[in-house]
Design a protein around this ligand. Sequence first.
Ligand code: TYD
Length: 396
Amino acid sequence: MNKKFLDLGLQPLANNYLINQKKLSIKNNELYKLEVFFNLKSKLVSISKKIPKNKMFNNKYPYKSSMSKTMIKSFKNLHKGIIKDFNPKLFLEIGSNDGALIKNFKKNEAICVEPCNNLARITTQLGYKTYANYWDRKVAKKIKRKFGNIDVVYAANTVTHIENLDSVFQSIFDILSQNGILIIEDPSLLECLKKISYDQFYNEHIYVFSAIAVENIIKKFDFEIFDIQNISTHGGSLRYFIKHKNNKLYKIKKSVSKQINLEIKFGMKKMNVYKKFSNSVIKSKKKLLKLLKNIKNNNKKIIGYGATAKSTTVLNYCNIDNNLIDYFVDTTPDKSNKFMPGKNIKIYKYDVKLLKDVDYIFLGAWNFKDEILNKEKKFKERGGKFISHVPLPHIF
Ligand code: TYD
């Protein structure tokens, strides 16, 4: 049974950066109600409204993994680890984006599946066999027919985007070789609750996983988690290593019970913790608005840094428009000269000159705080300040 614990109001599609300023409407299906639920049985946390996948993942998908040094480094290390621990003859990535990870593999040992044509084209051009498809049983069968079983399947920030989890997992498990491994990587619900990062919830994130919930889903298929790594990407994620119960090559590491115990201790099996989170989110909204309005009352200039999908949730939930934030800067070419969905704040291609007369930077990409702070030392040195709403709104 699903119980609602959070109401984030009316929201636009988070990654749908607008070409022109536009007032969105519910009538035209441009706004949807974003509510978040906890399933008392499976312990899975999910959003209510499911948007048709072709509205979210199409040939205009703007996010590119290679845009950040942090991600490139993280993928390099992951590749090393996969070769060392599993040495797969065939590696498959579901949601391969612009190939940030795949580029580390040899061309004859890796296969990409990516539904967004603009991204699939990139890995095809790089010479990797790429299926420009949504992951489903049909494409899984097609790949299996052509290449046989896969030794390692990897999906980062992808499984949580697909509505029918049973079908996703079943089709992955069908394609794995006997001792094959599935690695999935997604934002950690425990980190989200601790950091009050309610912006992890938007239309693409149908689910935010806990280890408890992942374990519950996969045990139906006789699969189990044998290792969990805490990683810093996307504001704190978990990397789950999953195998069939009969696969005795790998022992279940202590990291699994450690994570699950942490989650239980935090109260994540019970509704109460989600209610508390919801109250903190309301407080966070009030505090952020107060802080931004105070700065504006002192005639200071605030801009946003990192036009993230997460920011769309924050701006629309808190009702922050261009009266408070003048514009956003972002390095992603596909976001340039567009507007933040729902709040009409313009996005400019990042240029250090755009920070010249800025007093405060709202960190939309708070998950890249270290990388951005390192890059913007000069802004800090001349007295510029940052604002982050995570874990609670503050200036630093
Ligand atoms: P991302 O972390 O994917 O967040 P979301 O999933 O919520 O969209 O996006 C980070 C964004 O921040 C991306 O558009 C690139 C941008 N960015 C910069 O503009 N400058 C930077 O130095 C970094 C690290 C990121």
